[in-house]
Ligand binder design. Structure first.
Ligand SMILES: [Ca+2]
Ligand SMILES: [Ca+2]
Length: 449
């Protein structure tokens, strides 16, 4: 809903402004161009707070004719990737979002002529030329007083490798490169000089959303986020019968997840872990190495963790999301102790209520094991945040339909919001399989044990 309102507003404003003066627009091509193939043309569209919806087509030779291009402000380049159909990316409003967030020069790098071809390898070959073009442009910016540290390049797919090549041309002096589902095909297993890597900028942050198809598998930056494990995204089609979106949905999700952090819709902490399975099992919730700041927040603001991250080894960071915006989940640590004589295996669904709102988490990535007087620790990821929890409901299921229904006798259940950290407890709860039990949570008293 929010996205559509944003787009409509943007279209109306653009239409209005463009009547008054000519706005530079992203090149719109079609499938015919893709069949024939296109030769490279790099167009740079500048947006600032004076012209946040009407792009100015920048000259590659003379910057003095663009008074709104202020070199004392930070500059963010947004670089797209392969465009097999020739159409403009759907996320072009990113420049407006960046400007709403920060006073800067936001430059959309339009290399649609070059990216539009049925031959992916041809587009890959073109990336080096795009990076040379941008390198020459940034050198010209330097001549006009811009500092490399104040440059941020946001690269999508092939655009991330282009950003990496530009960064390498400046020996890693560019301030920051953000790679959004960095292209995998023909780059996986390539040496660092032929792809994005941590030496390409002072800080390199990377988001992986489609490691099993279009995205890059291994870590490439100072921090690498693997959303929902990095391979497949919730809300994206699982079969080819869903048409074209099957191919690009996971890949494109990287941009939407990032945008939610630019406009502060989302606040998602990511946890370093050796595998997604261990993360889901709640084994990687320790953030001590980051001190008071806690584990890094995914997205635009991760730059605040730069100094700490530069001292650490490359590692995978995990978080999960909802299928739609707002994508953030709310994480709780759940500790359960039972007093059944024999062990139980099963799945837990928890709901939190504040009187109006309800949040749900199902812990079903694998069956949890419950043993007498032994604490079972789980990670519960709720689809929304409930500020003041008045009621909690829990349901236990084994997933087995043929065996008699089981019971789970909880000696104690403890829920700890990972941000708020004030635990909620309940003692002596009897769960009948597949039957929801609702109760009011109590403050936890360690004296019970
Ligand atoms: Ca590199
Ligand atoms: Ca995938």
């Amino acid at each position: 809903m929010f996205l559509w309102r944003y787009l409509t507003l943007l279209l109306l404003t653009t239409a209005h402004t463009c009547k008054a003066k000519k706005c530079g627009r992203f090149t719109d091509l079609h499938l015919g161009h893709s069949f024939i193939g296109t030769s490279l043309k790099v167009r740079l569209l500048l947006y600032t707070r004076h012209n946040d919806v009407c792009g100015v087509l920048l000259s590659h030779t003379n910057l003095t004719q663009h008074p709104q291009f202020n070199m004392s402000k930070p500059t963010t380049f947004v670089v797209h990737g392969y465009r097999p159909t020739g159409s403009p990316p759907v996320w072009l409003y990113i420049t407006k979002m960046l400007l709403d967030r920060e006073d800067m020069n936001a430059i959309l790098v339009d290399w649609n002529h070059g990216a539009t071809t049925l031959d992916y390898l041809r587009a890959v070959k073109t990336t080096r030329k795009v990076s040379d073009n941008l390198t020459a442009f940034i050198k010209m910016m330097q001549d006009h007083g811009a500092s490399l540290s104040s440059i941020h390049m946001i690269g999508v797919s092939l655009g991330a490798h282009i950003s990496g090549m530009v960064g390498a041309n400046f020996n890693g002096s560019i301030g920051r490169i953000t790679g959004l589902d960095v292209a995998g095909p023909s780059f996986n297993n390539k040496p660092p000089e032929d792809r994005l890597d941590p030496t390409d900028a002072q800080f390199v942050d990377v988001l992986h959303t489609d490691t099993d198809a279009l995205g890059f598998r291994e870590p490439l930056g100072h921090i690498d986020f693997y959303a929902n494990g990095g391979a497949d995204q919730p809300g994206c089609p699982k079969t080819i019968f869903s048409g074209g979106s099957y191919f690009k949905c996971d890949h494109q999700k990287s941009v939407f997840l990032f945008l939610d952090t630019v406009n502060r819709t989302c606040f998602t902490r990511a946890y370093p872990c050796s595998s997604y399975e261990d993360f889901l099992a709640g084994k990687c919730l320790n953030c001590d190495r980051f001190g008071d700041a806690g584990c890094p927040i995914f997205g635009y603001d991760v730059i605040q963790w730069k100094d700490k991250l530069l001292k650490l080894n490359q590692e995978k960071y995990f978080f999960t999301t909802n299928a739609d915006s707002p994508y953030c989940k709310t994480n709780y640590k759940v500790d359960v102790m039972i007093w059944n004589k024999s062990e139980r295996w099963g799945y837990i669904t928890i709901k939190l209520f504040d009187g109006n709102k309800e949040a749900v988490a199902t812990i079903d990535h694998e069956a949890s094991e419950f043993r007498k007087f032994t604490e079972t620790k789980m990670l519960a990821q709720f689809d929304s945040d409930v500020q003041s929890v008045k009621k909690v409901s829990i349901m236990f299921t084994t997933g087995q339909v043929l065996q008699p229904k089981r019971t789970l006798r909880l000696l104690r259940v403890r829920l700890t919001h990972l941000e708020v950290k004030k635990p909620l407890c309940r003692y002596d709860v009897l769960l009948q399989e597949n039957t929801e039990v609702t109760f009011s949570p109590l403050p936890c008293e360690e004296s019970h044990f």
